[in-house]
Design a protein around this ligand. Structure first.
Ligand code: NAI
Ligand code: MG
Length: 367
């Protein structure tokens, strides 16, 4: 059998810096755990625009469709701010999501004990937090028609339409139930069925899908209450399923419970391919951080945790993903900090590659 394939798209700004550390981690798993990947690397975003005048070439798009998983760094930067909308670095990312039809966006909010002081909430409310938000990513109000700004009488009206088909709800729900089965078999679905017809349909379809997952304890919550509960008592949740708009807001809210942007991974999954693996792209939540790019200051953990998600969700290597996360936990517990994780001035921050070194040593110690 051939090795699983990975396409690495480092992108712009700190993207290449954090991805360099991920490559060392990938090599470590190859050398020490017999996990060999066929890794190829290509351009996306501003880097691709500089090379061939487009934020993602057709060749790179075709490659992304063929591989088992895509790992992306970050795109964008001030240099590209004045480009035409269709050429902006972000368009490269959107094209990947759209053409791979990545409809299920997984955003974990996990609080490493060593960083619990970082949260804006009290330590005991977030310590040990480990929840996952599944956000429908390809439909809903960001895509529904009609949309636009129209003349109506003697004023203008701005219109967006929240629109969900049963099949769109169903596939997002299935991915959330599958995830719940791999975790703690607890799922909370959030919409506003009290005021939105799309929410009524959402709830009905989720209930229908739940018949296929009798072991999963399903609950429903109005999304506004969900937002309150997330900051009041986030540990009551395990997997949360929600639509594109509410998911955008709820996942950012949940993510910040845990501290720094430099710690947050994500996965975007689509339909199963012929080999049974889902179409998949893994990327940190943060952007290209132009303010610190090129200085060796970036925290590589968000990108490394994104690779851990790839191990778990694309390659069925949950134990190795646990190993990697435990190594990161250990390094943080030892007090190793990049600049973004520093609370007080006295502590010396480590560089991007020193953080990589520390994680590799912890991995060495784990075998
Ligand atoms: P950003 O996430 O790049 O940076 C926000 C702040 O967080 C900055 O102060 C930055 O230094 C810090 N930060 C982010 N990641 C960090 C890390 N790994 N380690 C240490 N500090 C980190 O968001 P911003 O500044 O709004 O956008 C900058 C550029 O990135 C823009 O061109 C934007 O369009 C693009 N962007 C790209 C995204 C992507 O590729 N998925 C997502 C968000 C923004
Ligand atoms: Mg957002």
């Amino acid at each position: 059998m051939s090795n699983p394939s990975l396409l690495i798209l480092p992108g712009d700004g700190i993207g290449p810096e954090v991805m360099a550390e991920v490559r060392r981690i990938i090599d470590w798993f190859g050398a020490n755990r017999g996990l060999q990947f066929d890794v190829s690397e290509d351009l996306v975003g501003g880097a691709a625009y500089d090379a061939h005048g487009k934020p993602l070439s057709d060749e790179t798009m075709a490659k992304a469709q063929e591989v088992d998983a895509v790992l992306l760094g970050a795109v964008g930067g001030p240099k590209y701010d004045d480009l035409d909308f269709s050429l902006k670095p972000e368009r490269g990312l959107l094209r990947l999501r759209k053409e791979m039809d990545l409809y299920s966006n997984l955003r974990p909010a996990q609080c490493f004990d060593a960083l619990a002081d970082f949260s804006s909430l009290k330590k005991d409310i977030v310590a040990g937090l480990d929840i996952m938000i599944v956000r429908e990513l390809t439909s809903g109000v960001y895509f529904g028609e009609p949309r636009g700004i129209f003349e109506e009488g003697n004023e203008r009206v701005g219109i967006n339409t929240q629109r969900y088909t049963e099949s769109e709800i169903e596939r997002a729900a299935r991915s959330a139930f599958e995830l719940a089965m791999r975790r703690n078999k607890k799922l909370c679905s959030m919409e506003k069925a009290n005021v939105m017809e799309s929410g009524i349909l959402w709830r009905e379809v989720v209930n229908r899908v739940s018949a296929d997952y009798p072991e999963v304890e399903l609950s429903h919550m109005y999304a506004d209450n969900g937002a309150m509960q997330l900051v009041r008592a986030p540990k009551q949740f395990d997997v949360i399923l929600t639509d594109n708009l509410f998911g955008d807001i709820l996942s950012d809210c949940a993510a910040m419970l845990t501290g720094s942007l430099g710690m947050l991974p994500s996965a975007s999954l689509g339909a199963p391919m012929a080999n049974g693996r889902p179409k998949a792209m893994y990327e940190p939540v943060h952007g290209s951080a132009p303010d610190i790019a090129g200085q060796g200051k970036a925290n590589p953990i968000a990108c490394i945790l994104s690779f851990a998600m790839a191990l778990r969700y694309s390659f069925d290597q949950g134990e190795e993903a646990d190993r990697l996360e435990a190594a990161i936990e250990k390094v943080l517990a030892d007090g190793v900090r990049t600049g973004d994780l520093l609370a007080d001035e006295g502590v010396q921050p480590v560089s991007t590659s020193e953080m990589g070194d520390a994680i590799l040593s912890a991995l060495d110690a784990s075998v």
